[in-house]
Design a protein around this ligand. Structure first.
Ligand SMILES: Nc1ncnc2c1ncn2[C@@H]1O[C@H](COP(=O)(O)OP(=O)(O)O)[C@@H](O)[C@H]1O
Ligand SMILES: [Mg+2]
Length: 235
């Protein structure tokens, strides 16, 4: 059974005309899924819809076979979902470690172990644990945001443009860390502007255009698809 299965999803902002039109998506456990497409295509809208932050007009979102449309975001977290939005995803004035604690603030015990586990994914954070997150580099802040999401022990991590604004070197580092998290058993669904590089690490790739599926295939097949390369990957 698929871990995530989205069928004919129509969703958008309040009573406005929906942005997503009949979007389909399937991810198996252990996949890295990558969503690419032009600005305004609805990529962020799709992640927000999965996390129950928007109005679902019709269609299904299934986790492990169970339709979760209508559940609240906190209930989805209990069902193993975690979401790192593109912006405002860390508490700037709080230390790295306090940010991580916020990711599991209802935890009664085991906080130390969880934090140590996060440091194994993101070693630079351990040295900076007492430092305010706002003083870190962009790449390290992104690690804090992902670390905080991982504190809840998710099965599925939704990431919106984790490498936005980062240098190519930091982009590589973030992708490396995402692969490590995935290897540890977390299924990943991420939106990326660095389409070529991201499809290079994707099991499944989805090209969204004006709220619809334009192309769906393995990451490798999309990279080798001439139409896709020409229109969306810079030739
Ligand atoms: N908060 C919002 N309220 C109304 N419309 C929005 C909102 N955020 C985004 N949109 C619209 O939804 C469409 C898709 O946006 P988005 O999902 O952010 O695109 P992408 O992430 O692919 O660049 C755009 O037309 C955008 O104007
Ligand atoms: Mg976006």
């Amino acid at each position: 059974m698929a871990l995530i299965e989205i069928n004919k999803l129509v969703a958008g902002y309040g009573d406005n005309a929906p942005i997503l039109q009949d979007v389909d998506m399937v991810l198996e456990e252990g996949d890295i899924g990558v969503i690419v497409g032009p600005n305004g295509a609805g990529k962020s809208t799709l992640l927000k819809s999965i996390f129950s932050l928007l109005n679902i007009h019709s269609g299904q979102i299934k986790l492990n076979g169970a339709d979760v449309v209508g559940l609240r975001a906190d209930q989805l977290v209990e069902n193993g979902l975690a979401f790192v939005p593109q912006e405002f995803n860390v508490f700037q004035s709080m230390s790295v470690e306090e940010n991580l604690e916020m990711g599991a603030f209802t935890l009664r015990h085991g906080m130390k172990e969880k934090i140590e586990k996060v440091y194994t994914y993101f070693p630079p954070l351990k040295e900076k644990r007492k430092q305010p997150a706002g003083e870190l580099s962009g790449g390290q802040r992104q690690m804090v945001a992902m670390g905080r999401a991982l504190m809840a022990g998710p099965k599925i991590l939704l990431l919106d443009e984790p490498t936005a604004g980062l240098s190519p070197l930091f982009m590589e580092k973030i992708f490396e860390r995402i692969i490590a998290v995935n290897k540890a058993g977390v299924t990943v669904l991420m939106v990326e502007q660095h389409a070529k590089q991201a499809l290079g690490i994707a099991d499944k790739g989805f090209v969204l255009v004006t709220g619809r599926n334009a192309y769906t295939d393995t990451g490798e097949a999309l990279l080798n698809n001439k139409e896709v390369a020409k229109a969306f990957l810079g030739g």
